[in-house]
Each structure stands twice: as C-alpha cells, then as structure tokens.
Design a protein around this ligand. Structure first.
Ligand code: MRU
Length: 366
C-alpha cells in the first residue's frame, strides 16, 4: 500500500550512506522521491532549488549537511579541520539569504565545534562525534518546538473556526507538525473541525502542491484558493484567523515570509481577522532591527513566466520581478506564536522577553 506523505521524514541523516536524505519537494504532489545528498554542491543545490525548503527544514538540512561534509575529513589537526568547516559553512549559508534558520543552525554547529576543539581541546574524532550529536539534537528539537508552537497557537482559535494559511509552513517545511499548521494538526487530533483555506502561493505553488497536499492527506478539511481569493473568503466571514509561517522576525516584530503574506495581512486587517505569525525562536533575529534590513531573496524570471505551465505564459523579453519574500509590518500582526509563548505588541519588548526565556532555558540545559 502507498505510504501517506505524512509518514515520510522531510529531512533526516542516513548514517550508513553518510548523506542527508530529503523528500524532493519539487516533485510533490505527483511523485514522492527521496534523494541522498552527499556533497556540498548537492546540499547547496537542494536548498537553492527548494527541494528542501521552509526555514526550519533548511536549518536542519544545513546542520546535518555540515556534519556529513566534515565526517570523513582526514586530519588530526583541529585548526585544519575548522578551516575546512568554515569553508563549508560559508558555502551552505550562501544558498538562500532570507531564512535566518540557515545561518542560525550553521552558527550553532560552528560554536559547538569551537567549544569542543579549541576550548576543551578535544581530538578531531571527538569533535566530529559532538557535531554528530548536535546536528541530531537540532533535528529533534524542531519536533518539540513545533509541537509547543501548536499548543500555544491552539489557544487562539476555537472548534469549527476557519483558518487561512499562505505558502507552506507545514510538516514539509519542518521535521514534524510545521509551524503555522501545528495548531491545525493538534486541533485535528482533538476534533476541533477546522476549515482551512490554503492559498496556492504563486509562483512556486507551495500552498497548492504542499500545504493542500499534506493537510488533505491528514484528513483536515482544506480548500485550495488562488492567491487573489483571500478577500473573497474573508468578506464572507469564512476566516476567523490567519496562521502563517516566517523566515525572519526582526526585533521590532516585522516579519519576512513568502511573497504575498503581507497582502493577506493587509486584507485581513481590513476585514478584522487576526493574523498570527508562527515562528520558532530560531527564526527571531534580534540583530535585525526592522523589516527594512531583511535581505529579500530575488529568484529567477522563469519561475514566473514558465515554471509549472505547459508553455511559457508571458511575452518573451517582458520585465519580471520575482522576490521570494515580503515583509509584513508588525502593525498588521496580532501575535507572534513561538515555543516560549505568544509575543504581542509592543514587539520590541515582548520579543526580548521571549528570547530571554530561551536563554534561561538553554542555560539550565548546559
Ligand atoms: O521559499 P520557501 O518555500 O522556502 O518559503 C517558505 C516560507 O515562506 C515559509 O512560510 C517559512 O519558511 C516558514 S516554514 C515553517
């Protein structure tokens, strides 16, 4: 019998092959193919081409990926090891600029290497094992974090509510549960009977290909709509809350997410529908003061003019603008749902408090 898409791992480590194994998301929903990534170029391409995508999943892929790359390195000298580690780190980090989880996970792996190798003077073999455990911990943590986001998000809605989501901040964008979909999946476990509207999400169709697919496969009542239909469903009173994911939260609460999110948020404001941004604290970037400083990835023209169409759907030579993300102003956001609670305006303070909670928790773990 064919396996349900929810039974596959989005991203995992294959110890035997020494590879990062992912579901190639560019083939979904038509085909489910797992691919093994072994070289730096393969990992970079998979991230750039969105074979693995979604901020948390990219971070996990990079953490597992850098471990795979350094595992078989042949040196006993930590400084030589570290020099090569840094090369891989910079290379992987250059694959996509907006999701801070990518650099967050790589920096966390770097700190781990430095602590073990330079501070504690461990052998290179021990450093590799410590990196191994850290990469697996980053992956495991993602599951707990998403579940906690789900519990917190669930307090914002009630049984029978209509929920609109944009892009895919689902299980396929994380290790399990997703962020924006976590309250939906927990609600589903508890019989909440939500009605979900999934924006198709032009130009790469993550909403249609991925969100509608995973929710539908999980038995959630999901209705696919085109990106220009959100006002129509909100005007009819069919949506009680918007849940979206996020690639980077600035210190003032501005959030970068998939292109079109800010349009949804502006429309929701008009119709009085609260917009909740679901984000693990690994997505919060206190070093970026506002959304204006977030670097927005620009993607190739063909994604707009021909990708997913049977033939080109725009005149040759026409100018194309294809930013992958936009920034939703914090004034349009009713709450930022994290694993440490829900941040509300004024965000400068509430996000600082959330990050402080994380710092305290990680101190007690150390
Ligand atoms: O370009 P993508 O598909 O990687 O964009 C993904 C999103 O915008 C998600 O909403 C975001 O990364 C959060 S995923 C939990």
């Amino acid at each position: 019998m064919q396996k349900n898409i929810m039974e596959y791992n989005t991203v995992e480590l294959d110890e035997e092959q020494n590879a990062v194994v992912i579901i190639d998301q560019t083939l979904l929903p038509g085909r489910t193919e797992l691919i093994a990534l072994k070289t730096a170029q393969e990992i970079w391409d998979a991230i750039y081409l969105l074979k693995v995508r979604g901020a948390p999943a990219i971070g996990v892929a990079a953490a597992l990926g850098i471990y795979v790359l350094v595992r078989d390195m042949d040196t006993e000298d930590f400084e030589i090891f570290y020099g090569k580690f840094r090369e891989y780190q910079e290379f992987l980090d250059s694959a996509r600029p907006t999701a801070v989880n990518l650099s967050w996970a790589l920096k966390r792996m770097e700190r781990t290497a430095l602590k073990a190798g330079r501070e504690q003077k461990r052998s290179v073999a021990e450093v590799k094992e410590i990196l191994h455990r850290e990469a697996l911990r980053i992956r495991e943590e993602d599951i707990q974090v998403c579940r906690r986001i789900g519990e917190n998000g669930l307090t914002l809605v009630k049984p029978g509510d209509g929920i609109l989501t944009h892009c895919n901040a689902g299980q396929l964008a994380t290790v399990k549960y997703g962020t924006a979909t976590a309250p939906i999946y927990l609600g589903q476990e508890r019989g909440y009977g939500f009605h979900v509207f999934a924006d198709e999400t032009r130009p790469l169709l993550q909403g249609a290909r991925l969100t509608a697919y995973e929710l539908h496969s999980s038995g959630v009542d999901v209705t696919l709509i085109c990106d220009n239909m959100s006002a129509s469903v909100m005007a009819q009173g069919l949506v009680q809350a918007v849940f979206v994911g996020c690639d980077r939260v600035a210190a003032n609460g501005d959030t970068a997410n998939k292109i079109g999110t800010s349009v949804v948020a502006a429309v929701a404001k008009y119709y009085g529908v609260p917009v909740y941004v679901c984000a693990p604290t690994s997505t919060i970037d206190m070093d970026t003061p506002t959304g204006k400083e977030i670097r927005i990835e620009q993607r190739p023209e063909h994604e707009v003019t021909e990708m997913w169409y049977r033939e080109r759907m725009a005149p040759e030579g026409v100018k194309v603008y294809n930013p992958a993300f936009d920034v939703t102003d914090h004034e349009l956001i009713a709450g930022i749902v994290t694993e440490y609670g829900i941040a509300a305006a004024p965000y400068t303070e509430s996000l600082r408090e959330i990050m402080e909670k994380r710092r305290q928790e990680s101190e007690t773990e150390d």
